[in-house]
Design a binder for this molecule. Structure first.
Ligand code: GLN
Length: 471
């Protein structure tokens, strides 16, 4: 615990944490040590340092969503997943940085500033950059951590904790995992409770897990999974233990490669790594076939309509009365609402609220929202058809390329393009499937590249077993 705390201090410049709960962690560590001496361990996570994204409610610890709107908000309860970690004796090191309200894919848009990717400081990358761009400032080299759970990814990658919780609505756990060289797991929708996760898109949000290896993910998932009476969308079936067997019969596997995922924007390095990984399975005896997910091209637009519509409705609760920030204006209640929301939300959040309210207008509802729901069904059915045809697992890239420098990422034209970057991850959320991003190799610049495995709904264990074999 002390080692992790000192690493947190040493890596402060990464901006991975918003709040460090040092006192709590030290107290928990002491208690864990006592238990250990008495041989009374609480479970698999007893004494293990973990971090939690700052959009999960933590009792007595500020929970900001990296937004002015929630600065100073101290929830009176723990999110179910946080409580489950604590019940197992995990040590809570702190709350990690993110894009405001988890809207984004770079962890560049929170009110506490951007998260820096620890790989920006790797020897090989520094060396390459020096050769390439002499005289450029250090800031120009700093890479984004990916997002929106970039703080959690940077925290694990910098060894300040063993595992961290992220959230995943359209890729926010898998994307930063890919950019920071980690395992980033999105469970099936309904397997893990969302109670206490401040919602972005209720019908797609899931808590995600970031670790350095698949076995660690499986242990954390074993702790988190299961029905929660406080989240009616969680499954009732008792959850089987998540210890992963070794995969012995790779030759019985059928791996699908979706041809629509070979988009022109995909970097050549990711592309060749993708086919190399497919080859690896093939040479181990697996059947590798090309498959089609014909509605892929609608997924970004469909996600946008559904996401912003749910955002418009979700954000209505932040009115200056119940939580966090309230603007000091006493002309009228309406004026107070408006000023609070203008001050509280950044332009990304305000933009999504506006778009969502547009799609939900009486005259647009059928044409946009209802239509998007129908398209979502088609996208989900594409996956069902593939899995029903005998494919076990889909293998795809996680991101279009390795992490890009911060200054490049925030350029205006890149911002619009960055939505395209979620092409491999968002459809999975719309279909509620489990998926995991695995570190696959380093690029020629020495930066991590991730590949994604997608499984059938509630076959999370099988998915992780295959990922472990790949690892
Ligand atoms: N990048 C996506 C968005 O901004 C996904 C975010 C997420 O998964 N939280 O909506």
């Amino acid at each position: 615990c002390r080692k992790c705390l000192s690493l947190i201090q040493k890596t402060k410049f990464l901006n991975a944490y918003i709040t460090v709960s040092e006192e709590l962690a030290l107290k928990q560590a002491e208690e864990a040590e006592e238990r250990y001496k008495k041989g009374q361990s609480l479970g698999d996570l007893d004494g293990i340092p973990v971090a939690v994204k700052d959009n999960f409610s933590t009792s007595g610890i500020e929970t900001t969503c990296a937004s002015n709107m929630l600065k100073g908000y101290i929830p009176p309860f723990n999110a179910t997943v946080v409580q489950k970690l604590l019940d197992q004796g995990a040590l809570l090191m702190g709350k990690t940085n993110l894009d405001e309200f988890a809207m984004g894919s770079g962890s560049t848009d929170g009110v506490f500033g951007p998260v820096k990717n620890p790989w920006s400081y790797s020897k090989q990358y520094r060396e390459k950059r020096r050769q390439k761009a002499q005289g450029e400032s250090e800031a120009a080299d700093c890479l984004i951590a990916g997002g929106s759970s970039g703080g959690s990814a940077a925290a694990v990658s910098a060894f300040t904790c063993f595992a961290a919780l992220g959230s995943d609505t359209g890729g926010s756990t898998r994307n930063p995992a890919a950019h920071c060289g980690l395992v980033g797991f999105k469970p099936s929708y309904g397997l893990v409770s969302r109670h206490g996760l401040i919602p972005l898109v209720n019908s797609m949000d899931v808590p995600g897990i970031l670790t350095r290896c698949v076995d660690d993910t499986a242990i954390v998932l074993g702790v988190l999974a299961g029905h929660d009476p406080k989240d009616s969308t969680t499954v009732q079936d008792p959850v089987k233990p998540f210890m992963l067997p070794s995969l012995t019969d790779v030759n019985k596997l059928c791996i699908g490669i979706p041809k629509e995922y070979l988009v022109p924007e995909l970097s050549s390095e990711v592309r060749s790594l993708w086919s190399k990984a497919a080859g690896l399975f093939e040479s181990a005896g697996a059947k590798v076939i090309e498959v089609s997910l014909p509605h892929t091209s609608y997924s970004i637009v469909c996600y946008h309509v559904l996401c912003t519509s749910e955002v418009a409705s979700n954000m209505a609760r932040f009115d200056g009365l119940e939580y966090g920030h309230r603007c000091d204006i006493n002309v009228s209640t309406e004026a107070m609402y408006a000023a609070t929301r203008r001050e509280g939300f950044n332009d990304v959040v305000r933009g999504r609220i506006l778009s969502g309210n547009f799609f939900l207008l009486k005259e647009n509802y059928e044409n946009y929202f209802v239509k998007a729901q129908k398209v979502r069904r088609l996208i989900a059915n594409d996956f069902v058809n593939i899995f029903n045809s005998g494919v076990d697992i889909l293998l795809t890239p996680t991101t279009l390329s390795e992490a890009v420098p911060y200054l490049e990422f925030i350029k205006e034209d890149n911002r619009t393009r960055s939505a395209q970057g979620d092409i491999f991850t968002q459809a999975v959320n719309m279909a509620g499937l489990p998926a995991v991003s695995m570190p696959a190799a380093l690029s020629h610049q020495g930066l991590p590249i991730g590949l994604q495995f997608i499984g059938r709904a509630f076959c999370d264990q099988k998915l992780l077993t295959v990922a472990k074999w790949f690892e």
